[in-house]
Design a protein around this ligand. Structure first.
Ligand code: APR
Ligand code: ZN
Ligand code: ZN
Length: 361
């Protein structure tokens, strides 16, 4: 029997989001219905509301979530009702060139849930990033569910569904930060701070946090930065060089998504060092670089999607480290809110003192 629950819907471009009754079908073959316990508010949800991702309104927002599997459809064997799971953006095929390369976020043949969740009048909802988890329940493909230790707090577990995984993975997976490396992280919001946590985990010797906001730099120190650079005080590239014996960092992680910070990342790395781009630019942004610098400096320019994570490997591992007290994912949760407060959380994103607002159900 289809069921009715409450969910946060973005009805149209730049219209305020509202809590609506939505209809969740029973899970079909390969699908699961998940009772959501927590879901973080991410910039991408705001971008959906603004119509910056696509025009497929109305959206069911929320995509950084953890919860308990309620029911599964035909052929589902990896998860069962009662399992505590973290949701990921896409069920991947496991067989295409991208999947076989170990890069599932470039999969050519993803298969999310076939059935649609709807409004009461039958209007189909587009779930944000294929999830739609600012809701009491949501319908996903079973392949979007990764089982983890149910002892962890849901508001902590859910964070691995997007921003925190993107940052930690940028350091561990994409950047391959190693023992003794120097790392510079440009932009210390939730994603940059997670990159700091990942760099520390990897055994980096120096972790240089770069931001334009003193509060962010103070928080970055709490997260494990060993040095901080305020970009407003002077050229951050020079400051990073000074802190690295005049050379530049082995790995620079860019977590802003603007031309000037892309440029800083490019020049703040040591010769043959690695730049990891996590910040997402907008379509009109451009950056001009002398080709001789691109050629001559060597090393690697990499972009990082979802931290190049493999959910079945990385989610349980990071939850385990958190449970052992070796990383503190709880430090990313600034506040917990109700379903009706998502619009307020969007407004607070610009105030600068929030890493994550998390909807708890
Ligand atoms: N130089 C350094 N830091 C900057 C600059 C700049 N020119 N401009 C902004 N910042 C800092 C902000 O002060 C803030 O601390 O970058 C940080 C951005 O953080 P958030 O807005 O909280 O964003 P976050 O969720 O961390 O995501 C960062 O990663 O995944 C992407 O889409 C995401 O592009 C976004 C980026
Ligand atoms: Zn694939
Ligand atoms: Zn997100």
């Amino acid at each position: 029997m289809a069921q009715q629950v409450q969910g946060v819907v973005a009805p149209g471009r730049n219209e305020p989001v509202r809590v609506e009754t939505i209809v969740i079908p029973d899970p079909g073959p390969g699908e699961a219905v998940v009772k959501i316990q927590a879901c973080g508010v991410c910039h991408t949800d705001l971008h959906y509301k603004q119509g910056a991702i696509n025009d497929e309104f109305p959206f069911l927002l929320g995509h950084e979530a953890a919860g308990v599997v309620e029911s599964v459809g035909e052929g589902v064997t990896d998860v069962a009702p009662g399992d505590f799971v973290i949701l990921n953006w896409r069920a991947v095929c496991g067989q295409c060139r991208a999947c076989l390369r170990g890069r599932p976020w470039y999969c050519f043949d993803t298969h999310n849930a076939r059935q649609k969740m709807t409004l009461l009048d039958g209007t189909e909802l587009s779930p944000a990033l294929g999830i739609g988890a600012f809701a009491e329940k949501t319908l996903v493909a079973a392949g979007q569910c990764t089982k983890v230790d149910p002892a962890v707090a849901p508001e902590v577990a859910g964070l691995l569904g997007c921003g925190v995984m993107a940052g930690i993975g940028a350091a561990l997976n994409t950047g391959n930060v190693g023992r003794g490396d120097t790392v510079a992280v440009i932009g210390c919001g939730g994603v940059g701070d997670a990159a700091i946590v990942g760099s520390r985990l990897a055994g980096a010797a120096r972790i240089i946090a770069v931001d334009i906001d003193e509060r962010k730099l103070a928080k970055a120190r709490e997260m494990g930065a060993t040095h901080t650079v305020d970009s407003r005080a002077g050229d951050p590239v020079e400051a990073v060089r000074e802190l690295t014996g005049g050379f530049g960092a082995d790995v620079v992680i860019e977590a802003v998504g603007r031309p000037e910070t892309y440029r800083q990342a490019f020049y703040a790395r040591d010769l043959a060092g690695t730049v990891v781009l996590v910040g997402v630019p907008t379509p009109e942004m451009k950056l001009e670089l002398p080709l001789l610098d691109v050629f001559g400096r060597g090393g690697a320019l990499k972009s990082s999607w979802y931290g190049d994570c493999l959910p079945s490997r990385d989610f349980p591992m990071l939850i385990d480290l958190h449970q052992q007290g070796r990383i503190d994912l709880g430090a990313f949760v600034t506040e917990t809110i109700g379903l009706g407060e998502v619009e307020k959380a969007f407004a607070r994103m610009h105030e600068g003192d929030v890493l994550r607002s998390v909807v708890v159900l």
